[in-house]
Design a binder for this molecule. Structure first.
Ligand code: ADE
Length: 235
């Protein structure tokens, strides 16, 4: 049972549909996402697609019509799984992780973090039967212009990007606001003790305690770093 935190009164639910449930468990049993679960702010439920097939050998994929290399994930178990979930609650989005989806960025993560319930379908092999994409999927997301062997790691990336934005998940709530990309700027450099490590000194301005000056210095460094590394963000 999930106890929803009184302070926030909101628990997001993410249902992951996958052929490799074990691959997905690790990321959610650790660190920030684990804390989110313990605080009753995020519930991640993993569904093994093989549990939804009526095929006697639990087959979930087949050769593609028209020929060609690679197996295609069948519509039947996916439809059954999604329909069952939808009969239990309303979903804001049914997302398919695919390299030909829209590139994940911070605004997309921000928007999704305001959802109540989300389904994420992880693809494999040649992907899923196009009818799944046409009739069940509301959003297709890629995590980068490269092809991974399945949608599980991309789904874990997406859940992490969303989960850490849910109010109450990070200890210092404001810290997500100052992440790289939140204002189209990369984050400025950060330092901690010691002030002097074998002659490598931290910039003196951040030791002054003058908040206004420090804030201006951080902003200037953020602009400098963005101009250097990601000038496209400044346009
Ligand atoms: N599945 C395989 N590669 C992927 C990618 N780059 N993004 C999302 N899903 C994927």
């Amino acid at each position: 049972m999930v106890v929803v935190s009184k302070e926030y009164e909101r628990c997001m639910r993410i249902d992951l549909i996958t052929l490799l449930p074990d691959l997905l468990r690790g990321p959610f049993d650790n660190s920030i996402l684990k804390r989110a679960h313990e605080r009753g702010l995020l519930e991640v439920v993993i569904h093994n697609l093989r549990d939804y097939t009526s095929h006697k050998h639990r087959q979930v994929d087949d050769y593609q019509f028209g020929g060609g290399a690679g197996m295609v994930m069948m519509i039947e178990p996916i439809a059954r799984c999604i329909e069952q979930l939808k009969s239990e609650r309303d979903y804001d989005q049914v997302i398919y992780m695919t390299p030909d989806g829209l590139l994940l960025d911070q605004p997309t993560a921000n928007k999704l973090s305001m959802s109540k319930n989300i389904i994420i379908l992880c693809g494999h092999y040649k992907g899923v039967d196009q009818r799944v994409r046409d009739h069940f999927i509301t959003q297709e997301i890629s995590i980068g212009n490269y092809v991974l062997s399945g949608g599980e790691l991309p789904a874990a990336v997406l859940v992490d990007a969303i989960g850490r934005l849910i109010p109450g998940v990070l200890n210092d709530e404001s810290s997500a606001l100052f992440d790289s990309f939140q204002d189209d700027l990369l984050a400025p450099p950060v330092y901690t003790r010691p002030e002097d490590f074998n002659g490598l000194k931290v910039p003196s301005i951040i030791l002054t305690g003058d908040e206004k000056k420090i804030s201006q210095w951080r902003h200037d460094r953020a602009i400098e770093r963005t101009a250097e590394r990601r000038p496209d963000l400044l346009k």
